[in-house]
Ligand binder design. Structure first.
Ligand code: ARG
Length: 539
């Protein structure tokens, strides 16, 4: 609201200050005008200030070199904000700018008969945070776990299951066993290329609905889903829908017909393809008529459009699929299913250990579960608390490490940084919450937002808290949970400084200290909730 008021004064040339000593907002409009007119920017700034009618929410407007205008919010306005925290509580920071709008979030999306890898962990954590943030902003959110449960690889797996006489035993196989069978197939094929054909035959049988083969496939799907569910439980994640690729096989055939009718595609050596001016060609159907992953993804878009009529569909998938999504989005536009639909690829980076990249091809996959176990163990070492708290801290640390950097960047699993009670880490934010909470426990029922501000540190804390609502919106619009993490880190540091320099309990400005502590605790709680990170009350 306040930002809008200032923006109106300066036709939208307003930004939040990074350094609060310059004010709460600033404008570089004078510099812009000076560049176009050749006038002195400081003179332009002075001119503008003279003409502005200062709103009540602003206490001071200043000109700063080389031509900025800085706005300081009034104490009245900041106190009003504190009242807002007390009124809204767990809704504090929520918005309604998404009201009436729908977003589909395609995330997690692991593959059947393969272990749940580190890349899928990223997609799950970031996707869930984006889901929560959009929901908090008033959007109607639909989570969709587009699991990989279809494709020629199932022919290979079924061939191997048959060859090893495991058909009656699949119920007892783990996902790791299934994955090894698939790897074995690739070893065997080197000396026996003819087994490729046999595998293809099995996949054909699966496609045509052969009961025996379908049963084998179904058990593999069931086993994998049980395993994924177990992991989602550990992570505290729940995804609204799982349709999976197989759901779209017949719809994909319709898409191919539609593409032909609309003359979007053409035949090439028996296959059906789409060509673009500026991107490599894609295949919708192979020469034997079987549909591709691409065609199924197109069918998925059409299905989502018909079912939910979304304004946006976002895909939280690794950056190695960037070209693929460019092709997919471009092809989807050609069908014109929905004119206003925005398609976005949130392309996350790789995960690395400090010394190199995670590799799944060399057979040295790092299993997700061992990573989480290690994290919980290390968390237990630093917090010296019962197991349930170590679990919150350990898993929180992994999630925060993932979320606190821009999604497009590669992240590093550096345990010493992740599991740390100082620095920009999950445990540090959780620890700050627990610290604030332990102050509040002594004053239950006595928090009051009607306060006097007596020093700069109190004021600074309040000014920072006030940016929470704008931070949530910014983070949503940029699909960037890291904006929330950075905010929480900065707020925690400011609070800890305040805590160290001011006696809150029994101090001379006790009431203010408690109200601010309550506001900080509320914001951290709301922030961690959006990030999907649990927090203990004590630590
Ligand atoms: N299962 C795919 C993978 O592991 C990700 C699917 C992403 N979603 C989609 N609609 N293509 O790479």
């Amino acid at each position: 609201m306040i930002k809008e008021e200032i923006c109106k004064l300066l036709s939208d040339n307003v930004e939040a200050c990074k350094d609060f000593s310059y004010g709460d907002y600033y404008s570089s409009l004078p510099l812009k005008i000076a560049k176009e007119t050749g006038l002195d920017p400081m003179v332009v700034a002075e001119e503008i200030i003279d003409r502005i009618k200062k709103p009540d929410s602003i206490s001071k407007i200043e000109v700063a070199k080389p031509g900025f205008i800085n706005f300081f919010l009034s104490e009245g306005c900041l106190k009003q904000e504190l009242k807002d925290v007390f009124d809204k509580l767990d809704k504090y920071g929520s918005g309604d700018w998404g009201k009436g709008k729908t977003i589909v979030i395609d995330y997690s999306s692991p593959n059947i008969a393969k272990s749940f890898g580190i890349g899928h962990l990223r997609s799950t954590i970031i996707g869930q945070a984006i889901y929560n943030i959009y929901k908090f902003s008033g959007w109607n959110c639909i989570g969709d776990n587009h699991i990989g449960d279809w494709g020629t690889q199932f022919g290979k797996l079924i061939f191997q299951i048959k060859k090893c006489n495991l058909v009656n035993d699949i119920e007892n196989l783990t996902v790791q066993d299934l994955e090894s069978l698939y790897v074995d197939f690739h070893k065997d094929v080197v000396g026996n290329p003819e087994i490729e054909d046999e595998a293809r035959e099995y996949f054909k049988r699966l496609e045509s609905g052969d009961e025996e083969i379908k049963k084998i496939w179904q058990v593999c799907v069931k086993k994998s889903l049980e395993e994924f569910e177990r992991i989602y439980n550990i992570l505290g994640v729940k995804i609204d829908n799982i349709y999976g690729e197989s759901f779209y096989t017949s719809m994909a055939s319709d898409i191919i017909k539609e593409a032909e009718d609309l003359k979007i595609s053409r035949k090439s050596e028996g296959a059906t393809i789409i060509e673009f001016d500026d991107l490599p060609v894609v295949i919708l159907a192979k020469s034997d008529g079987s549909t591709t992953y691409f065609a199924r993804d197109l069918a998925t878009i059409k299905y989502r459009v018909n079912k939910w009529n979304p304004d946006k569909i976002v895909y939280e998938v690794g950056s190695d699929q960037s070209l693929y999504f460019k092709q997919l989005f471009k092809a989807a536009k050609m069908f014109n299913w929905s004119s206003g639909l925005e398609l976005v690829h949130i392309n996350h980076g790789l995960v690395r250990w400090p010394h190199g990249k995670f590799s799944t091809r060399k057979g040295d996959t790092i299993h997700l579960e061992s990573v989480l176990k290690e994290s919980i163990k290390r968390a237990g070492d630093i917090v010296d608390q019962p197991q349930d708290i170590a679990q919150m801290v350990g898993i929180g640390a992994v999630k925060y490490n993932d979320l606190s950097q821009h999604y497009s960047r590669d992240i590093v699993f550096d345990w010493d940084k992740m599991i740390n009670l100082k620095g920009n880490s999950g445990p540090y934010i959780q620890y700050t919450f627990a610290r604030a909470n332990s102050v509040l426990e002594k004053y239950i029922g006595q928090y009051d937002h009607n306060i006097e501000i007596s020093n700069e540190e109190e004021l600074l804390l309040l000014r920072k808290i006030r940016f929470w609502t704008e931070t949530v919106e910014l983070s949503a619009k940029n699909y960037s949970p890291n904006i929330i993490c950075n905010f929480l880190f900065d707020l925690s540091q400011t609070y800890n400084l305040f805590y160290n320099n001011n006696r809150i309990i029994g101090g001379k400005n006790e009431k203010t200290g408690i109200a601010l502590t309550f506001a900080v605790a509320t914001v951290i709680k709301n922030g961690l909730t959006l990030l999907g990170i649990d927090f203990p009350n004590k630590m």
